[in-house]
Design a protein around this ligand. Structure first.
Ligand code: FAD
Length: 312
């Protein structure tokens, strides 16, 4: 297991700012990014050539951090962040979507599809643009309330199908099996992305008959059968469930915060103190995700500067 002082989740402007400030404060830092490149929000939502302003939408444009971000374009801004990473020799792992964060006596344990990491502090800088992944086939809109991407709406005593082969799917299955009938369906014929604890837990639950497994089976169609979810599988079988939960990657930022144990208000804004530390001591929140409607690049850089000052 890799051990560092600080893990920063999300390589947008705020996360890169945190990593750079941490490095300048002589901290061992690892930056984890779910995409294949930095700054996914800028890459995906800014038009090519877009003008990028320091003072954006009423946010203060005074940059207290060390990354020399100035007014420019989409391209010059991304270049500034690439250069900051390179100049400061920041270790960054791409395609590393953090699925869960657990506290232990030495700090925190994080799991991604790629590995397990231990650290003393975490900064969550995942922005507000994340969305859960959805299947390719059409889902009946009449079943919107019982086809979910998290376990927040589950009542006890339901017959539930969970779809996915990652840590989130396994954790949902094991937790929900305490008060529901649960089947876990994964298109591959074995689990390859589970951490040791989740693999052990799911195997235990299956051997005790608490969770049914459908491995090597995929879903081809979903229908509304009088309010129940009728699922057709690629082995020509079909079954009906009270609820279908997809845990196939991606999550809303608010789901992610809640999975980390961070309290959020009714608008999805995390409860943080004046130092941006959440109710989970040692986990800080920076950038857009710390706000109700998103902020600006400079806001993220200033969050980074002040959090690392608190940690130093
Ligand atoms: C169209 C548009 C134009 C804008 N124009 C400007 C402007 O001119 N000037 C300005 O200052 N601001 C502008 N903004 C706002 C600015 O883009 C945001 O305030 C800024 O990107 C927020 O930075 P962030 O690091 O908090 O989040 P983001 O930039 O959203 O970065 C979050 C990163 O975290 C990653 N991530 C998410 N979940 C996970 C996970 N579970 N595990 C690992 N990684 C994860 C994402 O892939 C992403 O790379 C604009 C926004 C938009 C949408």
């Amino acid at each position: 297991m890799k051990k560092v002082d600080l893990i920063v989740i999300g390589a947008g402007p705020a996360g890169i700012g945190c990593a750079v400030e941490a490095k300048l404060a002589n901290k061992e830092v690892l930056l984890l990014e779910k995409g294949g490149q930095i700054c996914q929000t800028l890459m995906q939502f800014y038009k090519d050539g877009k003008r990028v302003d320091k003072a954006y939408k009423g946010c203060d444009g005074t940059n207290h951090g060390h990354i020399p971000f100035e007014d420019g374009t989409k391209e010059s801004t991304i270049e500034t962040f690439e250069k900051a990473l390179k100049d400061n020799n920041i270790e960054i792992e791409f395609s590393s979507e953090v699925e869960s964060v657990k506290k232990d006596e030495n700090g925190f344990i994080l799991s991604t599809g790629k590995g397990v990491y231990q650290c003393k502090n975490i900064i969550v800088a995942i922005g507000r643009m994340g969305r859960p992944n959805k299947p390719d086939y059409k889902l009946p809109s009449s079943l919107a309330k019982v086809i979910n991407y998290n376990a927040n709406s589950v009542q006890s005593g339901e017959n539930i199908l969970i779809v996915g082969g990652g840590n989130s799917a396994a954790e949902y299955a094991v937790d929900l099996a305490n008060s529901n009938k649960v089947c876990l369906c994964y298109r591959k014929d074995k689990f390859t992305r589970l951490n040791d604890i989740n693999l052990q837990n799911i195997n235990d639950a299956v051997s005790k008959g608490k969770v049914e497994l459908k491995l090597g089976i995929d879903i081809v169609e979903v229908e509304d059968e009088n309010g129940k979810v009728k699922v057709k599988f690629n082995d020509n079988s079909s079954l009906s469930y009270d609820r279908l939960i997809y845990a196939i990657g991606g999550s809303t930022p608010v789901d992610f915060l809640q999975k980390c144990g961070i309290n959020v208000d009714e608008k999805g804004v995390p409860a943080i103190n004046e130092n941006k530390e959440s109710n989970v001591k040692g986990i800080f929140v920076a950038g857009d995700i710390a706000t109700k409607n998103g902020a600006s690049i400079v806001t993220g850089l200033n969050d980074a500067f002040s959090i690392i000052k608190t940690l130093s």
